[in-house]
Design a protein around this ligand. Structure first.
Ligand code: GAL
Length: 411
């Protein structure tokens, strides 16, 4: 095993405050228009202090390709300078392997726990009292994005909830518009069904019982039967248009080819790049307009240990920049996510971001689905959902039964 810098050496680096110029390879999966514009804000800030951001983007929404590649590099002793993961349990085994730089001293020196909101974002990567990540945003899956021009063309008003959206499908189709755009990757149908439709149709309490308490009885019960019926309905509504990547489905809404997309608020970054205005060109319904809620998903960066003092100092400096007020504003406004600190000016937030900030302030929040389930359980659920989504012969009842049995053995 390579010799890493001791905690004492890291403390000395922090105390010195002087970091020599270093190049850091940063791995992430932000390659869509909006994501690239946002991650460029991190690179710009890092380069501006004299270091060099070496971009290690690995395309594939949801980290589908990046996460396995990063895990295998880390376990194979080929660490990068920094890497993205989602908030939650994706890194628990890697943390326990001792592969990441301990950021506790930096966080205490800068008072992260005083301004990170909600502070639970720090808990997700705290192990044995030590902090191993810098949270950079809050992304919520709990949204549907609607094309205002599409509904105008169909001669109907923009829906204010899921039932109105479903009822609008025939008029949209008459106008030659696909009702719903959903990409074919497993994480997309999974998130739509098990995060968004579940909260809207079964409710936040039932969702928590399944995703936090792992209650298979609720997963197999009457409330979730309605979720899977709605999922089968959504599957039919999405049959008019076929896309792979999430941002291509967002593009269909941006161009008015599709009426709506259920997707996390990273979709906002695409509307921003297309210079579309929230509330005018597009509308957004948190919790599908049924149970307005924000799920605390999102992203954090981890810094693999290495034996180079200059690189370690640069890693600490990047962590500090990512959580700084200025960079939190510039990055999140481009990313479509909410910042992780409650002490910054967001007067430039748009109509949808303000809806999210309002839910956050009112405590209308749920943990992200990644937070409580292991990578393995999430993988099993994704395999089931992509099969259900792509095979219309699989019934809602059958899919629900399989889902309940996965929850019964979830860890
Ligand atoms: C999520 C991530 C978002 C966005 C999305 C689509 O996992 O938190 O930042 O990248 O994937 O790729």
């Amino acid at each position: 095993m390579k010799k890493f810098l001791s905690t004492l050496a890291v403390s000395a680096l922090l105390a010195s405050g002087a970091a020599k110029a270093a190049e850091l390879e940063v791995v992430h999966w932000w390659t869509s228009g909006g994501e690239a514009a946002a991650v460029a804000e991190f690179a710009k800030a890092f380069d501006a202090v004299g270091h060099k951001w070496v971009d290690g983007a690995i395309a594939g929404g949801g980290g589908t390709n990046a996460i396995p590649a990063v895990v295998s590099r880390l376990l194979g002793g080929d660490p990068m300078g920094a890497t993205q993961f989602n908030h939650g349990r994706q890194t628990e085994d890697l943390i326990q392997e001792g592969l990441f730089l301990d950021l506790t001293e930096l966080a205490e020196k800068e008072g992260w726990r005083d301004f990170v909101f909600p502070s639970s974002l720090l808990d997700a990567c705290t192990y044995d009292g030590k902090l191993y990540c810098v949270p950079v945003n809050i992304h919520s899956w709990q949204w549907i994005w609607l094309s205002n021009p599409a509904f105008a063309k169909a001669g109907i008003s923009v829906p204010s909830n899921w039932d109105e959206f479903v009822a609008a499908a025939p008029k949209l189709r008459e106008a030659g518009i696909a009702p719903l755009a959903v990409g074919s990757q497993a994480w997309q149908s999974t998130g739509m069904i098990t995060e968004v439709l579940a909260v809207a149709i079964a409710g936040p309490d039932a969702w928590s019982k399944v995703n936090v308490d792992k209650d298979a009885g609720v997963a197999g019960g009457a409330a979730y039967a309605k979720v899977f019926e709605a999922a089968a309905n959504a599957r039919a509504l999405a049959a008019d248009i076929s896309v792979t990547d999430w941002n291509l489905a967002t593009a269909a809404v941006i161009t008015g080819q599709a009426g709506g997309q259920i997707m996390g608020d990273w979709a906002q970054g695409e509307f921003a790049v297309a210079e579309q205005v929230a509330g005018e060109d597009y509308s957004c319904l948190p919790g599908l307009g049924v149970n307005p809620v924000l799920s605390l998903g999102g992203d954090a960066f981890y810094f693999p240990k290495n034996k180079d003092a200059d690189m370690t100092a640069a890693q600490l400096e990047l962590a500090s920049l990512m959580i700084s007020k200025e960079v939190q504003v510039s990055f999140n406004l481009k990313k479509g996510s909410l910042p992780i600190r409650g002490d910054i000016d967001l007067s430039s937030a748009n109509d949808c971001m303000n809806k999210g900030l309002g839910l956050l302030a009112d405590g209308q929040i749920l943990p992200g689905g990644n937070m409580a389930l292991s990578r393995d359980t999430i993988g099993q659920i994704e395999d089931l959902m992509v099969q259900f989504w792509n095979d219309s012969s699989m019934s809602a009842t059958d899919a629900q039964a399989k889902y309940a049995s996965i929850i019964a053995s979830a860890d």
